[in-house]
Every structure is written in structure tokens, then in C-alpha cells.
Write a protein that binds this ligand. Structure first.
Ligand code: NAG
Ligand code: NAG
Length: 189
């Protein structure tokens, strides 16, 4: 009887290992994601109350991020994909000129862009993990607001707020999905 249950346990461990092996490892460095979050947080102030009306048009689809912390490798991949894809699509938006009224600290903005770029390289294999279009729908809504004269500043602020939420939530709820091994302080500049 003991032998049978031992075998069952072994079998279970094996199948879990197989699942993990079947999925190519695709990792993001948690320290870099954390620095990216902090740079984005520190480059400006809190979300302006006067921008609240923009929430009608820009509301991040938060359910796209798996809710609970889990050792499930599939959930990890999904969570990392949400981080990757959000930064990737935001990167395209950030290639546009920022409106002059936006008083973001340029030095921190440049460092944020640098870290973002680094994560894009690191997480390239995450591209296409999920076929969901909900994020692209969100980003086209953001772009629509940015293109409207008078609402661009609030559009940028909303995008920044939502990116901060994504990075922070992923780091908190899916802490173990990131690699934390080597402490590589982000290079300045
Ligand atoms: C984008 O805007 C459309 C129209 O307002 C809305 O139906 C849709 O839910 C929005 N997409 C997201 C992801 O918020
Ligand atoms: C917000 O969405 C509504 C309805 O889709 C649209 O009429 C309006 O122009 C949008 N506002 C901005 C600032 O893009």
C-alpha cells in the first residue's frame, strides 16, 4: 500500500516536471521590473483628479492578469506575458512625442525607457504567449484619447497609472514567477 502511494506521488511529481519542461523557460528579472516600476512612479506626480473623466475611455482590463499567486507554470507565463505585452505596446506609444504640458521628469523618463527596452529584449520569447486581443483593444482606446486635442495629457497620465498597476500587481501577486537570482542593478542612463 505504501509502495503504491509512493509510486503515485512519484508519478505526480514526474507529470508536473514534464509540464514545466514542456514549456520553454521564459523569464523576466524581477529586479529590473521593480526598477522600471519605480522609475515610472517617480517621473511624475499622482494621477490628477482633473483627469478622472478620461476613465470612461481608458480603463485597464484588469481581469487579463491572473488573479491569485500560483505555482502553476501556465499562470506564470500568462502573468509575465501581461507585463511584457503591456510594456511592449506602451513602448510603441512612448515613441510619440509627449505633449509639452506634461511635466514629467525627463531623466527618469529616459531611464524608464531604457529599462523597458531591456525587458523587451529579455522577454522576447513571451511575445505571442497569449492570443488575447483585450490588451490591444485597451491600447487602441489609449491611442484614440492621445490623438484627441485637449485630452492627450490625461491619456498619458492614465496610461502611466495603468502601467504602474500592472507592474505592481504582477510583482506582488506573481512574485515567484519572476527571477530574483542575480541582483543586477540597472545600469544608469
Ligand atoms: C475600448 O473602447 C470601447 C468603446 O468605448 C469599449 O467598448 C471597449 O471595452 C474598450 N476596451 C477596453 C479594453 O477597455
Ligand atoms: C471617449 O469615447 C467616446 C465614445 O466612444 C467618444 O465619443 C469620445 O470622443 C471619447 N473621448 C476621448 C477623449 O477620446
Amino acid at each position: 500500500m505504501m509502495l503504491v502511494s509512493l509510486l503515485l506521488i512519484l508519478l505526480q511529481v514526474c507529470s508536473q516536471l514534464m509540464t514545466a519542461v514542456a514549456i520553454p523557460t521564459c523569464l523576466l528579472n524581477g529586479h529590473v521590473v521593480q526598477s522600471t516600476h519605480h522609475m515610472l512612479r517617480d517621473l511624475g506626480g499622482s494621477f490628477p483628479v482633473s483627469c478622472l473623466p478620461v476613465n470612461i475611455n481608458i480603463s485597464f482590463p484588469s481581469s487579463v492578469l491572473p488573479a491569485a499567486a500560483s505555482a502553476n507554470p501556465l499562470q506564470c507565463r500568462k502573468a509575465l506575458w501581461v507585463v511584457y505585452e503591456s510594456l511592449q505596446e506602451a513602448g510603441l506609444v512612448f515613441e510619440e512625442d509627449l505633449p509639452a504640458e506634461l511635466t514629467w521628469r525627463d531623466e527618469k523618463l529616459q531611464r524608464f525607457r531604457h529599462l523597458q527596452f531591456r525587458l523587451m529584449e529579455e522577454g522576447q520569447c513571451l511575445s505571442g504567449v497569449d492570443g488575447s486581443v483585450v490588451l490591444s483593444s485597451y491600447f487602441s482606446n489609449v491611442t484614440a484619447v492621445l490623438e484627441q486635442q485637449g485630452s492627450a495629457v490625461c491619456g498619458w497620465e492614465a496610461l502611466r497609472r495603468d502601467l504602474l498597476w500592472v507592474l505592481k500587481s504582477a510583482l506582488h501577486q506573481h512574485h515567484n514567477c519572476f527571477t530574483w537570482g542575480t541582483k543586477t542593478p540597472p545600469t544608469s542612463g
